[in-house]
Design a protein around this ligand. Structure first.
Ligand SMILES: C[S@@+](CC[C@H](N)C(=O)[O-])C[C@H]1O[C@@H](n2cnc3c(N)ncnc32)[C@H](O)[C@@H]1O
Length: 300
């Protein structure tokens, strides 16, 4: 399969060097992004998804149908936008039938919470739109209220009359006779400053070298640690092979989750702690802190 349309957020050069780019967040089966990409062959469309199965399906389809102007990224759009785009680079954002998280306690996970809309509004150009479709009235109300707080949008919404459904969800809701809504947020100026969770990328990760001491990372197995505010690590299995160790690790850094292996390699009378060369990680300050933490904890 041709992977040239896949963007690996961990290794790609940032910000992306693509002009005239439009984005769909949560493309699901990909019906919408494929349709608009075919209608506008000169523009580039980037799809963000958190579901691996959707990424695989879209890659297959783009290959099969030889579509050249779609790229996709497997990452939460909230972090993906921060990592990949410079301010005002994006020309249009589409969000079709996002998860509405109807329970009150979960509304802070919605993709249109103020924090996300702040990031998206920084990345779209003035005069451009965030275009949202939803079947959920509570989500509509919430989105309007969050968008208003940023004081940067001309806000419009209307009931949507669909003749031809574009996605599976749209078709399903239409058949059920559900009301659908279309929200258009036009950026007219820069948003009011809003604190957002960020991840700090670093150029390099530095291995930690310990001399004249034999580490014992076993105590870390199946443990969870708060390294500092916003940085948590969980260690699963620890393997020992010929004096070298591998530690299965999950790190959450301000909500950005990465799964990888930490390797502890014996070299003469020293041990080197590092991210395994076979792990695909976004190099961040938090990952470095976790490697340092493992080294410290392994010699207790
Ligand atoms: C209800 S489905 C709708 C799919 C498609 N847009 C449609 O209309 O058929 C919502 C999709 O958004 C994706 N998603 C949810 N949160 C996301 C996020 N923060 N970033 C990227 N994708 C997300 C989910 O994996 C899921 O595929």
């Amino acid at each position: 399969m041709d992977y040239s349309c896949y963007i690996n957020v961990k290794t790609v050069e940032k910000p992306l060097n693509i002009e005239d780019v439009e984005v769909e967040i949560g493309f699901g089966r990909g019906d919408f992004i494929v349709k608009v990409a075919k209608e506008h062959p000169k523009k580039t469309f980037i799809g963000f998804e958190i579901a691996e199965v959707s990424i695989k399906k879209l890659l297959k389809r783009v290959n099969r149908e030889r579509i050249k102007n779609i790229k996709c990224v497997w990452v939460d759009a909230f972090f993906g936008f921060q990592l990949l785009f410079k301010d005002r680079q994006v020309k249009q954002i589409y969000i079709n039938y996002p998860d509405p998280f109807p329970k009150k306690r979960d509304t802070s996970r919605r993709i249109t919470r103020r924090e996300s809309l702040y990031v998206f509004s920084k990345k779209i150009d003035t005069g451009c739109y965030i275009d949202i479709r939803t079947d959920h009235f509570g989500f509509l109300e919430y989105t309007l209220e969050q968008a208003k707080q940023l004081e940067c949008f001309d806000i419009n919404y209307r009931e949507l009359r669909v003749n031809e459904p574009i996605t599976k969800y749209e078709e399903k809701w239409m058949k059920m006779g559900k009301k659908l809504y279309h929200i258009k947020l036009k950026k007219i100026k820069e948003p009011v400053f809003t604190e957002v969770r960020r991840i700090k990328e670093v150029k390099m990760l530095f291995p930690v070298k310990l001399e004249n001491i034999v580490p014992n990372p076993r105590a870390l197995e199946e443990t969870e640690h708060k390294i500092r505010d916003g940085l948590n690590a969980r260690f699963y299995k620890v393997w020992n092979k010929n004096g070298n160790f591998l530690i299965e690790t999950i790190v959450s850094e301000n909500g950005f989750v990465q799964k990888f292996m930490i390797i502890i390699k014996r070299k003469e009378n020293s041990y080197i702690f590092d991210v395994s060369p076979f792990s695909d990680v976004l190099k961040t300050k938090g990952i470095q802190e976790v490697v340092n933490f493992v080294a410290k904890e392994s010699i207790k």
